[in-house]
Design a binder for this molecule. Sequence first.
Ligand code: NA7
Length: 522
Amino acid sequence: ENYVKELETDVLIVGAGFGGIYLMHNLRQLGSKCKIFQASTNLGSIWHWNCYPGARVGSQVPIYEYSLPEIWKDWYCSCRYPGTDELRQYFDHVEKKLDIKKDCAFNTRVVGADFDKPSGKWIIETEDGRTAKAKYMLLALGFAAKRHFPDWPGMQDFEGEIHHSSFWPDAGVDVKGKRVAVIGTGSTGIQIAQETSKEAASVTNFVRTPNLCLPMQQISLTREEQDRRKETEYEEIFKNNRLNIFAGFQYDYIEKNTFDDSPEEREAFYEKLWKNGGFEFWLANYKDLLYENKANREAYNFWAKKTRARISDPVKREILAPLEPLHAFGTKRPSLEQNYYEMLDRPENQVIDCKKTPIERFTKEGIVTTDGKLHKFDVIALATGFDSVTGGMKNMGLRNVDGVELSDTWKSGTYTYMGMTLSGFPNMFFLYGAQGPTAFSNGPTCVEIDYCDSTRQAEEEWREKVIELSDKTLFPQTKSWYMGHNIPGKVREQLNFAGGCPLYRELTQASLDKGFEGFITA
Ligand code: NA7
């Protein structure tokens, strides 16, 4: 271990994913003494935990990488959307370049933090009873730091294997010839169902809300092609996606509304987006897609036509791609799939409509739905997601200057200033979290945005802004983790900044230009 029982440092960073590493790199250059605490055993955070079958990123090469040339210049990927193994190798590559690990304490989970006013320092406790003192505490937890396990009765009785997607054994689970259940249809559930169908005897997907999946259009990448793009495009892509693009991708909404085009033009445009694949149909569509119901419905109809044509079983087709949408397209995170629909369409595989027949309980043999039917399984994958965006921060024993837990101060709603600071938590900053562009945007782009600390009034105004921007969109109509709907008892509110990366950058810059408006210095 490279840190002592009682550590003193200038800056303590929590989390060694994209955000934590980037912070460390920049702070070192400014001459600060920093340490990272990371709950898992290696760099890469979520990609350390995400090793379930088929885990793959939805941002294409090169944007799911740092924009630092010393890192991308000699990094190559085998395909447009890399999977876990390659993403882990990427973090090994980053380590070679930035030498981060020497200042990281792995297997180190923060369980409490108090700001000691007399010394002006954070006192941070870890699960294994160590403490750290730091002038600044920076949280880089990502938005999926707390798992969500629905507590169905009888789960502990199940005699087969049961794993949450983010606790999947590193050595893998042998599903060959086994009956596999996949609960959930977020990006994770889709990937697990698609991948395990290759080997399992049967896969049963429990679907509460069908995912409006988009075609990934995965392709292999050659080294030559990547070299050519590095020469000609990379600098521009990285610059552009930080400064100009709503969601920090390589593409953006077009300057046209859906019905500005004729039906033929619209069809041709949708076809183009579909063929390009990835999130283009979501994030490079007409600019009114997420704002106007009629426009959204038009896109949904195209999506349903394309998808329904891939499912021959009429019952499965109605559950997975109904003619009438259950939510506005794009207001829940679409997953990128490769052959999910063809796989589930196979006769040996099942789709259970959890809206009609929810899961009632588990037994030693499997899962009983509310129609009394017992579904028998050997392996159950819980792809039930996370207490997203706010769960991680609420779960680490953070207390404000008056000793009140963050989980209490946020009881009636989330308040931050610019998605970076919290009033009453001096010298604590976070990124890629609550009320920042976070879950609507490409991760690495968000963590490379500069930031700054806040007054209660500034927080209240920021919250109003977050709500105002969100209310203009169709997101509030939909029950989703973006809106806190997936966790029982969680406040229903917009957890993300829906104004896009460029506006976010503009607002943070404006505060800096006005001499740190909204911030207080002690
Ligand atoms: P998600 O997107 O939160 O998906 C969780 C899924 O689990 C979702 O389909 C839920 O249905 C389903 N779920 C949760 N509880 C239940 C119960 N009780 N019964 C049936 N189904 C249930 O998590 P992921 O891990 O897939 O993805 C997280 C993000 O990480 C992803 O979007 C990427 O950005 C990276 P629901 O939709 O709520 O009806």
